[in-house]
Each structure stands twice: as structure tokens, then as C-alpha cells.
Design a protein around this ligand. Structure first.
Ligand code: HQG
Length: 180
């Protein structure tokens, strides 16, 4: 079966966000790893990928999930890590409201406890309702929550913006959430 660009993207997400050790590579503190080493180690672990495939996956990623360093030698995931990395993202003041897409089964718990990052570093929020709906659909019947981001920021919560436009914060307390 031919390896598709989507397969490569999933493989890169798994390696660059969650388990680099499965092919014996390491990420540096900011999440970067050598593309040459990644290709070589993937091959040693039975996964044949070419530089072209990686470049294609990076270029065509609908969410711009990955970045290649300026010298073209290294790659990292733009967000979504469960391994400890410091992406050194800029702290940015958020717009008035942001959105979070989730599934109906999580709503009762979220409205009680607020949004938690779970296995990721941050809670993921988006500027567009449409994006939130797509994110929520991954988990079940989608529900969109509106987050009063500016009020949170005014109260001292920190927000970061990833290179691919995902808004990140540590938690969202329930008082800032409204179910759409
Ligand atoms: C939910 C994808 C119960 C939360 C997407 C979510 C995104 C709670 C799930 C990125 C809760 C975690 C992140 C609470 C949060 N009680 N459930 N207190 N707090 N939850 O996948 O935001 O394709 O870790 O609502 O596009 O769905 O990977 O987070 O439903 O940007 O690039 O717990 O992942 O991007 O699920 O998605 P996830 P997410 P990629």
C-alpha cells in the first residue's frame, strides 16, 4: 500500500509531539530534531520516508502542523506536544473571545471543572468557530464553547499563539465559559 502524505503527517505528529524515542531520536529543548537523523532512524525502524515526503507533508498540512528550520536541517511540531518542550512561543493578548470545540459527552464535566490540558501542555483554543467545530467533531457530537479570553487575560491569565495560529493557555476556569 502506498504511503500517503496523511500517513507521513500522522507519523511525524506521533514522533515529534509524543514519542520520539520509539525510533531512537531526541528532540532538543525547543522541540527540534535533525531531519536527516529522523529519516535514518525511521528507516532503521522499518519506516521508509524520503525528504520529499516530509517536505510535502509540511507544506500541505492543513493546519501547518510542522516547521522546518531556516537552514532546512531541522523539523519540529508547531504545537500539540505531550513531551516536555519549550516552544518559546510569544505571549500575546487574546481577542475578546475565543472558541473551544469539544464533544457533548464532556460538557457537564467542563462546565463544572473548566477546561484542562489533559495530556497536552495547554488547552487549545481557536479564533474561528468553524475550526472549533472541526476539533470537537474528532471526539463525537461537537459542541462549541465561547471563552471570554480578554476577561481572562485582564485577570492575569497568560495566552500564547502558536506558529500555526492555535491559541494556547494553561486552563480555562468555568466562569469564563459559555456553551453556544
Ligand atoms: C476535553 C488537534 C472533560 C477537551 C486539534 C477535549 C486541536 C475535558 C479533550 C488540538 C475537560 C482533550 C487539540 C474537562 C478538557 N472534563 N473533558 N474538565 N477539559 N476536556 O485532543 O482541544 O490535528 O487533547 O474539550 O485540531 O480536542 O492534532 O484536545 O475534547 O488543535 O494537529 O478533553 O489537536 O490538532 O482532547 O485538540 P485533545 P483538543 P492536530
Amino acid at each position: 500500500m502506498k504511503t500517503t502524505t496523511k500517513d507521513i503527517s500522522k507519523f511525524l505528529s506521533f514522533i515529534l509531539r509524543h514519542q520520539p524515542e520509539t525510533i531512537g531520536i531526541e528532540l532538543d529543548e525547543q522541540g527540534w530534531t535533525s531531519i536527516g537523523k529522523l529519516i535514518e532512524q525511521a528507516r532503521l525502524h522499518g519506516k521508509s520516508i524520503q525528504l520529499d515526503d516530509i517536505e510535502e507533508a509540511v507544506k500541505t498540512s492543513d493546519k501547518q502542523r510542522f516547521a522546518i528550520s531556516e537552514d532546512g536541517l531541522k523539523i519540529r511540531a508547531n504545537q500539540g506536544h505531550s513531551v516536555k518542550v519549550d516552544l518559546a512561543l510569544p505571549e500575546v493578548a487574546p481577542p475578546e473571545i475565543l472558541f473551544h470545540g469539544t464533544a457533548s459527552c464532556f460538557i457537564a464535566s467542563i462546565l463544572k471543572e473548566g477546561l484542562r490540558p489533559g495530556s497536552r501542555h495547554h488547552v487549545h483554543l481557536s479564533a474561528k468557530q468553524e475550526t472549533a467545530k472541526t476539533v470537537g467533531t474528532r471526539h463525537g457530537v461537537p459542541v462549541i464553547l465561547t471563552v471570554r479570553a480578554k476577561d481572562m487575560h485582564d485577570a492575569g491569565h497568560t495566552f500564547f499563539l502558536s506558529a500555526n495560529g492555535v491559541w494556547l493557555c494553561d486552563t480555562v476556569p468555568p466562569q469564563y465559559l459559555t456553551k453556544n
